[in-house]
Design a protein around this ligand. Structure first.
Ligand code: 13P
Ligand code: SF4
Length: 311
């Protein structure tokens, strides 16, 4: 798309958003031209907070389906739109509510902690929700003598075990994008960029290995945590192990610094399904509405509220 086409679409989107009294929320992995027209860009936790606090009539969620569902749970009186209904998440798809019910039946009395990358049905079966930004605090708030079922991300679960010292029962799910970032990618970069800080998302297949480096230039962070860290760090060069969409946001927030993706292949095809044209169509044609039914939303909300009460 040319810059002229992008600015024409930006104007159209902004005019429609004003007319419809809609707020545009975008995840850090969205394509640059969508990030640039959004009212707020952030991580799962930040976007949930914005959805809960907004006084707009509608929320257009430029992200994946579970994020739009979470917005609907937190703002049940608002219309929540997603520009492409097929924008799913391989991690959220790795456990169903039936599978979780069966797992709970095997561990009666266990506390269930679900990562935010889950469907509303799975959240409704959970005691606590958590995001990569607050998972450690949620685990630490649960009494030591309680068994914990953590789902669905295997690598985040292992990282939590290491950082909290708690033994968890962990579901064997993974995000195909982050699982694909392997220890060899990190090792190569450690050698090639000895002056750079390494920013790693805890969903990465290499996260626990990175912890084993135990050096001061390795930092395991949520996407927003990476941005805050890079902004406040006195260092100038950063290697980034997560979906590559975040590089645009990092360059915008800290233009004087240098950011490089550890793996150029780390692209989430679901996040990239949201385009500027689809965002425009979504506002113009009022589609696609994501609505979590009230009874289900109330049960899922319990897990989210317990998370918010802790963090
Ligand atoms: P964050 O909450 O860190 O933005 O992560 C969301 C996600 O989907 C990671 O793949
Ligand atoms: Fe889901 Fe992975 Fe895409 Fe994040 S990057 S939305 S966890 S598939």
């Amino acid at each position: 798309m040319t810059t002229t086409e992008i600015s024409t679409l930006h104007e159209e989107v902004r005019a429609l958003a004003a007319e419809r009294e809609a707020v545009i929320l975008a995840h850090n992995y969205q394509v640059p031209e969508v990030q640039d027209v959004a009212d707020f860009v952030g991580d799962s936790l930040g976007l949930s907070r914005e959805a809960a606090a907004t006084d707009a009539e509608a929320i257009v969620f430029c992200g994946v389906h579970f994020m739009a569902e979470t917005a609907s749970i937190l703002a049940p009186e608002k219309t929540v739109l997603i520009p492409d209904l097929d924008a799913g998440c391989s991690l959220a798809a790795s456990i169903t509510a039936d599978q979780l019910r069966a797992w709970k039946a095997e561990h009666p009395g266990a506390v269930v902690v679900s990562y935010v990358n889950t469907t509303a049905e799975v959240k409704a079966e959970s005691d606590y929700c958590c995001t990569s930004g607050n998972a450690k605090s949620v685990i630490e708030a649960i009494p030591e003598d309680r068994e914990i079922l953590f789902l669905p991300d295997l690598f985040l679960g292992v990282w939590l075990e290491r950082t909290t010292g708690r033994k968890l029962k962990i579901w064997m799910g993974e995000c195909h994008v982050h699982a694909g970032i392997r220890p060899a990618d990190i090792e190569r970069w450690q050698e090639e960029a000895p002056d750079a800080e390494l920013l790693v998302h805890p969903e990465c297949g290499c996260a626990s290995q990175c912890m084993a480096f135990g050096n001061e230039r390795t930092h395991i962070l949520s996407t927003e945590g990476m941005i805050n860290f890079a902004k406040s760090s006195p260092k100038e060069r950063f290697l980034v192990a997560t979906e590559t969409g975040i590089i645009h946001r990092l360059n915008k927030e800290a233009p004087e610094k240098r950011f490089e993706a550890i793996s150029e292949k780390a692209i989430c095809k679901y996040m990239k399904m949201i385009t500027l044209e689809k965002l425009r169509d979504s506002l113009r044609d009022w589609k696609h509405v994501v609505k979590v039914e009230p009874e289900l939303a109330a049960r899922a909300r319990g897990a989210i509220d317990r998370m918010v009460a802790i963090t």
